[in-house]
Write a protein of this length. Structure first.
Ligand code: ADP
Ligand code: ADP
Ligand code: ZN
Length: 223
């Protein structure tokens, strides 16, 4: 099963993608994570993307499309994949359709997480993650069980994204409303779109998504 988690920055896509990847055994394809890894490694792609990301703008379509095209052909994607942060423009959505067609893969679900802008700013400004394993946390909404220690790996080093500042967040929200939200009517027309209330707490959002996906593959993944 292949799906898109759709929604503005801070809606909870990455958080939910992590749970779903674990529960269903699907590959999580987060374009933001891929770009940040490229920036950290200092690759040519990273050098190109760094200032664009810092400004809260979108990296050129051609780069993103090639990144995803390579990725969905990998063995870990054959059982299913979750797109987090892609597509973000009409050109990306079109290219995704074409590549799925030529790979003979389906797009089974587009799950939109709906959250209003005011709440998004609070979520993004309070977001941080484990510097060692990448597990995501929030100052108010998702603290580690033991203060200052990562639940997943026990590390005590955390980091915040450079673009998670109030000034940049406004630019990213603008980019979402102008370039990404307009894709929703298309997925609605195709008949794959489900909208979920992203304001509910994290576990409730997971339950709602799993209700849409069904339990069959979840059970299969656990045996
Ligand atoms: P996205 O990937 O859509 O940008 P994240 O999954 O990184 O969003 O979530 C943004 C921040 O909000 C994180 O710090 C996360 O812990 C927190 N968060 C995610 N989902 C919820 C929720 N349903 N309620 C409250 N906080 C949440
Ligand atoms: P968030 O979910 O919080 O918006 P991401 O981690 O998905 O953040 O993306 C961080 C940044 O990486 C974006 O602001 C943008 O600059 C770049 N980026 C990620 N995915 C794409 C994409 N599909 N197209 C263009 N730029 C992207
Ligand atoms: Zn960790």
């Amino acid at each position: 099963m292949n799906l898109i988690l759709f929604g503005p920055p801070g809606a909870g896509k990455g958080t939910q993608a992590d749970y779903l990847a674990k529960d269903y055994g699907f590959a999580k394809l987060s374009t933001g994570d891929m770009l940040r890894a490229a920036v950290t490694s200092g690759s040519a792609l990273g050098k190109q993307a760094q200032s664009i990301m810092a400004a809260g703008q979108l990296v050129p379509d051609e780069i993103m499309i090639n990144l995803i095209r390579d990725r969905i052909q990998q063995p870990d994607c054959q059982k299913g994949f979750i797109l987090d942060g892609f597509p973000r423009t009409e050109a990306q959505a079109k290219a995704l359709d074409d590549m799925l067609k030529s790979e003979k893969k389906a797009l089974n679900h587009v799950i939109e997480l709906k959250v209003d802008d005011q709440q998004l700013v609070e979520r993004i400004v309070g977001r941080y993650s484990c510097a060692k394993c990448g597990a995501g946390y929030h100052d108010t909404f998702k603290k580690p069980h033991a203060a200052g220690v990562c639940d997943e790996c026990g590390s005590a080093t955390f980091s915040r994204r450079e673009d998670d500042k109030a000034e940049t967040v406004t630019k990213r929200l603008e980019a979402y409303h102008r370039q990404t939200a307009p894709l929703l009517p298309y997925y609605m027309k195709v008949g794959v779109l489900t909208t979920i209330d992203g304001l509910a707490d994290i576990d409730e959002v997971t339950r709602q998504i799993e209700k849409v996906l069904g339990t069959k593959e979840k059970i299969a993944a656990q045996h």
